[in-house]
Each structure stands twice: as C-alpha cells, then as structure tokens.
Design a protein around this ligand. Structure first.
Ligand code: NDP
Ligand code: 8X3
Length: 261
C-alpha cells in the first residue's frame, strides 16, 4: 500500500497554483486513499476542486473550508471546528502566500507590508502552532512549508516578500531543530519561477505585466512543485527531505534567467 494511505492532509492556499496541484497530486499518489482538507479564501473554487477530485478518485474525501490565514483568530476557530472525520491531521502543507508589487524601500505601502507578513509569516506560524500539540501527541506528522528562492536571495523590488520568505526559512529551521527528538518531519520546499496566479496577484490583476514575467522563459508549472512536495511526504518515516530548491532549467538564481526574446 502507498505510504500515504489513509492520511489526512491539510493544504492552505489550495484554490490555485501550487496548493491546488498538490491536492490533485496527493489524490493521485494515494490512488484516492486520502482525506484532503482544502483551504483558501475562495470557497466556491475549493468546492469545485473537491467535486473534480472526488469524481476522479471516488475513494477520496475532500473537505473544502474557507480560511483566511491572515486573520489570526480565524485559524483557531477553523481548527477547533473541523469536522470530526477531518480532525486527525497527519500532514500540514503551509502553502498560502502572496506578493504585492515591486516597490522599493521608501515607497512600499504599509498595507502591502502588513498583508504579506500576515499571510506568509504570521498565518503560517499561527497554524503551525495550533496543530503542533496534535502532532506532538501523535509523536509524528509532517509540516511542509513553502518558501522561495526569494527567501535565500533577496532582490531589488522584493524587500518585503523576500523578508517574509527568509522568515519562513528561519522559522522552519528552528522548528526542525526543536523537534529533533520526535518523528515530526519539518520540510521546506523553495520554488524558483512557477507560472501560477502569483504574478497576477503581484501586479494586482494586470495580466499584461504578469505575462511579461514569463516572456522568453519556460517557467515551472504548479504540478512540478506538487510532485516534489508529495515525494517528500511519501518517503520512509526516517527520511526528511529537509530543504529543496527547485528551478526551471533557464533559472540559476533569483535574477539570473536565460531569456529567449
Ligand atoms: P497562487 O496565487 O496561484 O496561489 C496562492 C494561493 O494562496 C491561492 O490559493 C490563494 O487563495 C491563497 N491565499 C492567498 N492569500 C491567502 C490568505 N490570506 N488566506 C488563505 N489563502 C490565501 O500562487 P502560487 O501557487 O504560486 O503560490 C503558492 C506559494 O508558493 C506561495 O507561498 C508563494 O509565495 C510560493 N512561491 C511561488 C512561486 C512562484 O513563482 N509562483 C515561487 C516561490 C514560491 P485565495 O485567493 O482563494 O485565498
Ligand atoms: C516567487 C519567486 O523570485 O518572483 O517566490 O520572488 S520570485
């Protein structure tokens, strides 16, 4: 049987991009023998993903539940009110994240700073803290945090986003060290360039600007990262894929890209 058999997986930011693809990849890799709790702000989108997954994998059970991770009190309520059959979470995928703008220091709107930190850092920390007692009680569990090349190599125009991802990296490494005596695995996956709604959100819906990011390059697709996440979670219990940096072949750092124009 698959190492994923019967697991309950909670994915944040499952309405789009990497989170959505990860939901499908878990269903696929477990041959549907899985429970998926899918969260994001867009509940209707989650409901249609649930329908699609349960149709393709009739054994699977998907719980689409609205959660805005930037609203910290909502995180407590969300976990406390999980349906009984979804409470016993084995895997937490902290994927929800976003960027706003390319403004340089001195002209970054405070509201953008707040929303990036609240979503990418405070939400991730709060949800992790909320689920940790459960994992400790079970003596095992997987926590997968989605960082970024941006957390390793900050770039002009990315001060806040890069700082949020550096914070994720630091938090993740601390957690792994603190949990050394347990079977709780702390895993970080750092993508390079992936074409999702990420750039559309960065440029506040300006599709032209978002498309320009991927002009002349072949970015990763969300499924590429989903495969890495599911690979890491489906290793033997004693194997921790601690840290992974994933680029498309044209990319070698945050800013070094080979563009065919
Ligand atoms: P998408 O914009 O396609 O997906 C982001 C997801 O996060 C959506 O499902 C969105 O759902 C959710 N989200 C955003 N804000 C919130 C919130 N406040 N509460 C709950 N959910 C939220 O982008 P990606 O799939 O690319 O991004 C996923 C992760 O990957 C992010 O952490 C991002 O930083 C990281 N990443 C992306 C890279 C890329 O190049 N694309 C590279 C490196 C890292 P909804 O809007 O419904 O709430
Ligand atoms: C997203 C990658 O380089 O656009 O995390 O910040 S980058």
């Amino acid at each position: 049987a698959s190492r994923l058999a019967g697991k309950t997986v909670l994915i944040t930011g499952a309405s789009s991009g990497i989170g959505r693809a990860t939901a499908f990849e878990f269903a696929n890799a477990s041959n549907g023998d899985i429970k998926l709790i899918l969260t994001a702000r867009r509940e209707a989108t989650l409901v249609s993903i649930k329908e699609e997954i349960e149709k393709a994998y009739p054994k699977s059970k998907v719980f689409p539940i609205a959660l805005d991770v930037s609203k910290l009190p909502a995180i407590d309520a969300f976990v406390d009110n999980l349906p009984e059959e979804a409470k016993d979470i084995d895997v937490l995928i902290n994927n929800a994240g976003m960027v706003h703008g390319v403004d340089q220091v001195g002209s970054i709107a405070q509201s953008d700073i707040d929303i990036m930190f609240q979503t990418n850092v405070f939400g991730l920390i709060a949800l992790t803290q909320k689920l940790l007692p459960l994992f400790k009680e079970k003596g095992k569990g997987d926590i997968v945090n989605i960082g970024s090349i941006a957390g390793r190599e900050p770039y002009p125009g990315g001060a806040i986003y890069c700082a949020t991802k550096a914070a994720v990296k630091s938090f993740t490494e601390t957690l792994r060290k603190e949990l050394i005596a347990t079977r709780i695995r702390v895993i970080e996956v750092d993508p390079g360039q992936v074409e999702t709604e990420f750039s559309v959100v960065r440029f506040r819906g300006d599709k032209g600007k978002a498309d320009a990011v991927y002009k002349g390059v072949e970015p990763l697709i969300a499924e590429d990262i989903a495969e890495v996440i599911v690979f890491a979670v489906s290793r033997r219990e004693n194997v921790v894929i601690a840290d992974t940096l994933v680029f498309p072949s044209h990319q070698a750092s945050a800013l070094i890209m080979h563009r065919k124009l």
